[in-house]
Write a protein that binds this ligand. Structure first.
Ligand SMILES: Nc1ncnc2c1ncn2[C@@H]1O[C@H](COP(=O)(O)OP(=O)(O)OP(=O)(O)O)[C@@H](O)[C@H]1O
Ligand code: SF4
Ligand SMILES: [Mg+2]
Length: 332
């Protein structure tokens, strides 16, 4: 990568003490995001995606035990006091969620909320805040922004609410936007529009994005690079094109086979057999081993993330010898 990364996560691990034992939610995660870059994080439920996203804002639950570093411009957010983190949130790193009602207050109009954020963070007066809020609502593709400004969140459709939340997240022009399953609750057409909006805003404003999703298809449309997560570990880290064309990790290949595509009925999509292991009871060797068609005895050793080719990292001892199907073979 050229130039300094905006974000550098080094050896991030997150655990919880539970009655059933220590839950290893995230183990030894390392990745970077360059200014303006869009990076996707994919994996099934429980793979540690949301916790990783929350760690970038210093918003991990208090019970979480954390090690490693989350460096934003070289400053470790995991060692930054809460009062200083408040200045980072929104201004440097902002987050949007699957459910906009968690970020929007039902008792205030959309306009009141966005202009209040402008006034609080940007120090502008009431009239100027209103003008900027209406401009921003227009920029995120809300039609008739001056009218929508006066409406309450429940008066907006799901897609419009999601756009309003994106507008809220952009008020302070953050350099990194963490989007955690931002389109999962929306229907497919609206999903595509919201993703395109996120990609467009990122291009126009130079905002870096970490897009968290369980759907590799969503990443394919939006992101430059992809991090595949399995049971708390990054198992493959590479460009989106590489992941789609020739995945090197059996799990990435498995996720590709599950992407909905034209001409293939939903029941014919190959889901990966078996289940993600419990974080309190992980297999000792390769965490994907019990579900992997390519398992061999040497997979029962712990697997390291190794550089398979320049910029291409894989956590699988068999990556060089396997010829795994990518998205192209599956469509063809
Ligand atoms: N407060 C907590 N206490 C104990 N375990 C937790 C806690 N929060 C999260 N975990 C565990 O950490 C693991 C990772 O959770 P996380 O929410 O990051 O997964 P995810 O990849 O975002 O999943 P999903 O796709 O369902 O959103 C899960 O197994 C979860 O049960
Ligand atoms: S290390 Fe072995 S079990 Fe794990 S993904 Fe690779 S081939 Fe499959
Ligand atoms: Mg999640």
């Amino acid at each position: 990568m050229i130039g300094e990364p905006l974000l550098e996560v080094r050896d991030l691990s997150i655990t919880f003490r539970t009655p059933a034992g220590v839950a290893q939610a995230v183990t030894g995660s390392s990745f970077t995001i360059a200014p303006g870059e869009r990076v996707g994080m994919v994996g099934e439920s429980g793979s540690g995606k949301s916790l990783t996203g929350l760690s970038l804002l210093g918003l991990l639950p208090p019970a979480a035990e954390v090690s490693g570093e989350v460096l934003l411009d070289g400053r470790n957010l995991l060692a930054t006091p809460e009062r200083e983190l408040r200045a980072v949130r929104g201004r440097e790193v902002s987050m949007i969620f699957q459910e906009p009602m968690t970020a929007l207050d039902p008792v205030f109009t959309v306009g009141q909320q966005i202009s209040a954020t402008f006034r609080a963070h940007r120090g502008v007066g009431r009239a100027e805040a209103k003008r900027r809020a209406i401009d921003l609502l227009g920029e995120v593709g809300i039609p008739e922004p001056a009218r929508r400004f006066r409406e309450y969140p429940h008066q907006l459709s799901g897609g419009m609410r999601q756009r309003a939340m994106i507008a809220m997240a952009l008020v302070c022009e953050p350099r990194l936007l963490v989007a955690d399953e931002p389109t999962t609750a929306l229907d497919v057409t609206i999903q595509a529009q919201v993703l395109e909006l996120i990609a467009q805003l990122s291009r126009d404003r130079g905002t870096a994005v970490l897009l968290i999703t369980h759907d590799l298809g969503v990443v394919a449309e939006t992101c430059d690079r992809v991090l595949t997560m399995y049971a708390g570990q990054i198992v493959e880290r590479c460009s989106t094109d590489d992941a789609l064309e020739f995945p090197r990790h059996p799990y990435t290949s498995g996720l590709l086979a599950a992407i909905p595509r034209p001409g293939v009925a939903a029941e014919d999509l190959r889901s990966i057999p078996g289940r993600v292991p419990s974080p309190v009871d992980l297999p000792p060797g390769c965490r994907f081993g019990p579900r992997c068609d390519h398992h061999q005895p040497r997979c029962d050793e712990a697997q390291e993330l190794t550089e398979a080719a320049p910029g291409r990292w894989v956590r699988c001892c068999r990556h060089a010898e396997l010829d795994l199907p990518g998205a192209v073979e599956m469509i063809g």
